[in-house]
Design a protein around this ligand. Structure first.
Ligand SMILES: *Cc1c(COP(=O)(O)O)cnc(C)c1O
Length: 389
């Protein structure tokens, strides 16, 4: 098939040519005297993306999933009780990781498609008279349902309950795209990966730990080796890593940080909001439902779209892929076959998205779903025109 594959899954995202070129280089000695300049530059700039001046950044050759594990084993001790909210596949897997690592997890079940309820967190923490709960685990942007939750409200609920639990936040599909205010929201562990907002291939786990989190790293007694942040704290201080880093990824991350910081994080978030709104208007014009129940919680990085009863979202994805070279995101877990997703994060502009919306429209008609060709594209065009700078 000629032309580029239209990659509109919510990760991995499009890798800008600048980053591809930056990653394409010869290997070098990661113990040379020149190497610390690269490490220190990256670790110095990463906190800006997380919205913190007090946090310490870590980069591991791993993925977002591994950063759940890193955050858990570096902050907790075997058998600790934690509170987690489950409102989609990623929060489900975060819970699963905590359970497999030996934590007792109190789960607040929320309908998939709804956001986190801060009030429920507050009452669960208030009910914990013995202060046995050591951490609260939440996903900022539930990529499976296209729902963004209010982390400032979660922090306010924890404060209102006067509870000292740590706050562990998965921001894998939000950090680097959406507003993320680690200091203002009192996030103790902020979790990210390279292949979403950072516009890189998968392969890096990216973590930022606040002052209270860093204290917990010292006292947590979970066994840990590869993921032991204490080794990173020691070696990163001199500009090195405890083991061989992926040089290609580090050079890619350097370029990604240059791009994000040149645009400015507030502008990055505003761009995602504007692009995401175009997709939401297209979905409304198609008269289809978003999986996100409350419009004010709909994500600016991913839209999950429910197919009408009787239709198969996996068939929609397959038609898009085979006929139009367009990759749409799958429904995950219990949502498989019921929703497909359009990822709209990373290196993206209006015309790329309009192409994806046009391909999605053709696919929906091919799948026998009654949408009017051009309706969604027109709605998005009108929005992008009226808001163009
Ligand atoms: C993609 C994603 C993950 C998993 O990250 P991997 O890099 O695939 O391990 C975790 N949480 C959220 C919210 C995600 O979107």
């Amino acid at each position: 098939m000629s032309g580029r594959n239209f990659l509109f899954v919510p990760g991995p995202t499009n890798v800008p040519d600048r980053i591809l070129r930056a990653m394409h280089r010869a290997q070098e000695d990661h113990r040379s005297s020149a190497f610390p300049a690269l490490t220190k530059g990256i670790l110095g700039d990463l906190p800006k993306v997380f919205g913190t001046t007090k946090g310490q950044a870590f980069v591991l050759p791993a993925s977002g999933t591994a950063m759940w594990e890193t955050a858990i084993v570096n902050s907790l001790s075997p058998g600790d009780r934690v509170l987690a909210v489950r409102n989609g596949q990623f929060s489900h897997l975060f819970v699963d990781a905590a359970q497999r690592l030996g934590m007792q997890v109190d789960i607040i079940e929320v309908e998939w498609g709804a956001a986190i309820s801060a009030a429920q967190i507050q009452s669960a923490l208030e009910a914990d008279k013995a202060r046995a709960i050591k951490a609260v685990l939440v996903v900022h942007n539930e990529t499976a349902t296209g729902v963004t939750s209010d982390i400032a409200a979660v922090r306010a609920a924890m404060n209102a309950a006067k509870h000292a639990a740590l706050l562990l936040v998965d921001g894998v599909s939000s950090i680097g795209s959406l507003e993320f205010k680690m200091d203002a929201w009192g996030v103790d562990f902020g979790i990210a990966g390279s292949q979403k907002g950072f516009m890189m291939p998968a392969g890096l786990g990216i973590l930022c730990v606040g002052p209270k989190g860093l204290e917990a790293v010292k006292t947590a007694t979970c066994p840990r080796a590869f993921f032991d942040l204490r080794d990173h704290i020691t070696t990163n201080a001199t500009g090195y890593f405890p083991y061989t880093p992926s040089l290609a990824h580090l050079y890619g991350l350097r370029e990604a940080l240059d791009m994000l910081l040149a645009e400015g994080m507030a502008n990055v978030a505003a761009r995602h909001k504007r692009l995401g709104e175009g997709v939401r208007r297209a979905v409304a014009a198609w008269k289809l439902e978003a999986c996100a129940k409350d419009p004010s919680t709909q994500s600016d990085t991913v839209t999950a779209i429910v197919v009408p009863a009787g239709a198969d979202a996996e068939q929609v994805r397959d038609i898009a892929f085979k006929k139009y070279n367009l990759a749409l995101g799958a429904g995950l877990g219990p949502l498989r076959g019921r929703v497909f997703r359009i990822g709209h994060l990373g290196d993206l502009n209006e015309l790329m998205l309009l192409g994806a919306l046009a391909g999605t429209e053709m696919t929906l008609v091919d799948a026998g779903i009654p949408v009017t060709l051009g309706s969604g594209v027109a709605a998005a065009q009108a929005w992008y025109r009226s808001t163009a700078s």
